[in-house]
Design a protein around this ligand. Sequence first.
Ligand SMILES: Nc1nc2c(ncn2[C@@H]2O[C@H](COP(=O)(O)OP(=O)(O)O)[C@@H](O)[C@H]2O)c(=O)[nH]1
Ligand SMILES: [Mg+2]
Length: 297
Amino acid sequence: MDHRISRKDHLIHQWMEHQKEHQLEPLRRKKAKFKHAQERWIALEKTNSLVTEVFPGGCRVVFDADQKTYLCRYRRKRLFQPQNQTYRERTPVAVGDRVLMTVLDDRTGMIEAQGKRKNFFDRKAPGRHQRWVHTLAANLDLLVLIGAIEEPKFNLSTFKPMIETARLKKIPVILLMNKMDLCRDDPSTLQAQIREQIEPLDVEILFLSAKNQMDIDSLEKKLLNQTTAFCGPSGVGKTTLLRKLLKRPIGKVQKISEYHEEGQHTTSVATLYFRDSKTAWVDTPGIRTFEKVESLN
Ligand SMILES: Nc1nc2c(ncn2[C@@H]2O[C@H](COP(=O)(O)OP(=O)(O)O)[C@@H](O)[C@H]2O)c(=O)[nH]1
Ligand SMILES: [Mg+2]
């Protein structure tokens, strides 16, 4: 045993002498490695696909070359986290990310690297992973936050951290109040009340009803030729609204749970849908709690 330790010491000594001789400090080497690890993004020109769906352990992308969808896994070594971060992302990529994918066969591929993001909308990941971040969508031109006037009842405190996060990330944001058909009193009084509440946050607000197709066309015009994410609590009508906008039966829609008087989680993964080649809409899972990522720092 003693012999082994002294042999080890001898080797360390030899190695240190070698370092001195070649003026190579071990620290400098480490730093170079660290710098490399921070270079997480590749240039957008090098990417070839768009992430349209993210679920545990994999994602779906649309490949630019053939516009087909591929089911992908990750080459995790290349999609590393920056080492100086105090938190890590729940999934290596988010919906809306541009990525470099290698085709494995006609249906599957491997994500090799991630393109530099224009922006991203994220929150502290709910649940037991205290220092994890959940990126809801990346590369957005617009964020539409959806609330309902009833079922579930509008609560400004749910939306405040979302609006603040969007502002911080420089993502334009609109607040949409859905289910206006449920308004029992004079709608203009209710609208005035909500406008007053929201005024200090200085955000554009629209009122509509996905169910009755009320004011959907004017909303659609605002969304053309850009990528928009729809976020908000469960049950406010995100998927219903997207179905009306896309005129096709995407995702699942579920009745409000009467017991909890809140929406049930029906959309469990974020999905990007194309209206046309230039207009894309992201449906996201219902947000129960939204804590800003800054609270981790
Ligand atoms: N009354 C009314 N109900 C709506 C409206 N939009 C959606 N809903 C209902 O609200 C429930 C939840 O809708 P869903 O689209 O699944 O909400 P999501 O969880 O935000 O995607 C469903 O029962 C819908 O039919 C609306 O404008 N008015
Ligand atoms: Mg939904």
